[in-house]
Design a protein around this ligand. Structure first.
Ligand code: SF4
Ligand code: SF4
Length: 184
């Protein structure tokens, strides 16, 4: 279970920035917007047991009684699919009550604290390769979790890295890209 997402979000908030990111992941097109999700109907939320998110214990206290009674004591959202899926897809879980894992997905942190696009997405997400690059399409979610200033800093660094990698006079471009492209 990716409990580390919550912990890395807290760490980033404390540091005032997202320290590390995968350029390859954040520049991959993905339409996980409200429109994209209505097209995929929350495919990832019931497709794979390995993807089920979970509330971190640090998040449980802020849940309303209506949502809290649907969540197991360890924060899991279900054992055979997410129990909140119908409510969630109907837009009936207010953003502040959504799990950090859910708001961040299909992005997430790897064990080294690098913000990546989850590996599952490359292979299975039906909205992958559609729409804007992840760092743009996921802006509302990232702003919700990290605030505008941290998001703006991330975006500036991603775009600077893209410029550096695509600069034809930069013969080291491929090695620069490598340094940002650890999707694991
Ligand atoms: S990650 Fe892909 S499958 Fe999951 S909600 Fe987003 S668009 Fe749908
Ligand atoms: S709460 Fe929503 S986003 Fe999270 S797993 Fe359930 S249906 Fe998916």
């Amino acid at each position: 279970m990716p409990l580390r997402d919550y912990e890395f979000v807290q760490r980033s908030l404390k540091a005032g920035r997202i320290e590390k990111f995968s350029l390859k992941g954040l520049t991959r097109a993905i339409d996980c917007t409200t429109t994209g999700r209505s097209l995929c109907k929350g495919y990832c939320c019931h497709w794979s047991p390995t993807l089920y998110p979970q509330y971190h214990q640090g998040e449980m206290a802020r849940l309303s009684p209506e949502i809290r009674c649907l969540v197991a004591n360890d924060g899991r959202l279900g054992t055979g699919g997410c129990d909140l899926r119908d409510l969630c897809l109907a837009g009936r879980i207010p953003d502040p009550e959504r799990a950090v894992d859910c708001v961040l997905f299909p992005l997430g942190f790897n064990s080294a604290g690098r913000l990546i696009l989850k590996r599952w997405v490359y292979r299975w997400c039906p909205r992958c390769n559609e729409g804007e690059p992840a760092y743009i399409s996921m802006e509302p979610n990232l702003v919700l979790l990290f605030g505008q200033a941290i998001y703006d800093d991330l975006r500036r660094r991603v775009e600077a890295a893209v410029r550096e990698v695509t600069n034809p006079s930069n013969l080291e471009g491929s090695s620069i890209l490598e340094s940002f492209t650890d999707p694991k």
